[in-house]
Ligand binder design. Sequence first.
Ligand code: ADP
Length: 478
Amino acid sequence: MEIDIFNYFNLAFVCCCLIFSVLLLIIYFSKKNMDNIENGIYKNLLFLDVICFIVSIAFDIAIFNYDLGDLIILYKLYYASLILWAFCLLVYVFIITIESRENIYKKIVTMRSKYSLMFYISLILLCLFEMIIPIYKRNISDYSFGVIMGPGVYFFYACIIIFLILGIIIVSINFKSTNKKKLIPFYIISILGVASLVFAVLIPKLSIIQLWMTIVSYIMYFTIENPDMKMVTELEFAKTQAEQANNAKSDFLSSMSHELRTPLNAIVGLSEMIISSDDISEVHEDGKDILKASNNLLELVDGILDFNMIESNNLELVNVRYNTSDFFNSLTDLIKDDLNSKNLEFRFRLSDNLPEYLVGDKNKIKTIIYNLLSNSIKYTSEGFVELNIDCTIKDNKCILRISVSDSGNGIKDEDISFIFDKFYRSSENKDSSINGSGLGLAITKSLVELMNGKIVVNSNEGIGTTFFVTIGQDLSQD
Ligand code: ADP
């Protein structure tokens, strides 16, 4: 391989890029960063910068001793790191452009671990693919553009073009809702990108792409990714959220007064009727309605009190030893009346692998199951409601697996990420005659988390909903 001044120049040049990138990496990690999705992707970009530059340096050193044909593996590594880098940039653009679409963004945040897994699997697959498919050296003595060819090179160009097109589509679709300031760095990056491509074609021996990558990382750091600026933005966000929570509380109070007044009025009105009535059967009917209204009232007040306790962190676990079969079988009594009034089939399966006795806060488990079952009954007009209780023994603990399913109308995709928020009710439920405070699931989730458990929901609109809860309980030593 013929060595010329460009090789020395490239080596020095990429070393500078590496130094600047490592410097940026150090600055970035020495500051406090927000744990958000954009930062996660930006970190990957910084690491990929460094990897790519190390590969470039290895290539520029090796070229002094070897022929290009012997350096195929380095070429592949270089292309793979560029593809991964471009992919990260694409995902980054996607995230910052959809940030303003709260529904989608919140969904991504709630399922972050799942999406992170998908993201890393995509990175691995892209990398593997680039490493597996062949590239070869063309029979050209000159070290110029097109000297390396083959499917690996086409795959690299295809990826870059596809990512570019996808990037343009994503920005155009979300252009209106995106904060325009956030897009300015990308305009600069695009202009510099085109300039460096022209350079790469005109002077192929000069590695200009590394300079572009370093500039991109710096521009992103000093504009959108600067941790200090991020802190300010996050603080502003926290402030707006606190204000929203405060407004929600006021709305809640006013709607609660309405909710409280309805059963109270019924109780007062019916009591007056009882006093002035001589007809014993009428008195009997009115008495039944008073009882119903009083129970509604009690449920509402209980919900508010529970929630208040949870909010002020005053709720503690009261662990007792209980007989599992007696306890879980008694739960069905809680919903008997509700079930009968709606003519729903109730399916109940208690696994026989449950230990006879467990130790835990059974009253909180009762509230969790009751909240989920009463929701299922409330939001299902025909079909069934099902309760399954199962367990696995792990590390001397019993992991209770509770699922509550129904054949109701299900939850709309746009509502699902909000249903555990306090005071949240889907828009059609707010307007419908179905009573509710929007506190049930918020309380349920807090109780599950208090017991270090997990709750997830799976719902298909028009088909039904299933809530899965896992909670650890101690095994009884007696
Ligand atoms: P609510 O008092 O409104 O029932 P929750 O916090 O218990 O409040 O539930 C929040 C929202 O979640 C409900 O308004 C409803 O839209 C939805 N939801 C909860 N459980 C179900 C279910 N089993 N089927 C359909 N929608 C449900």
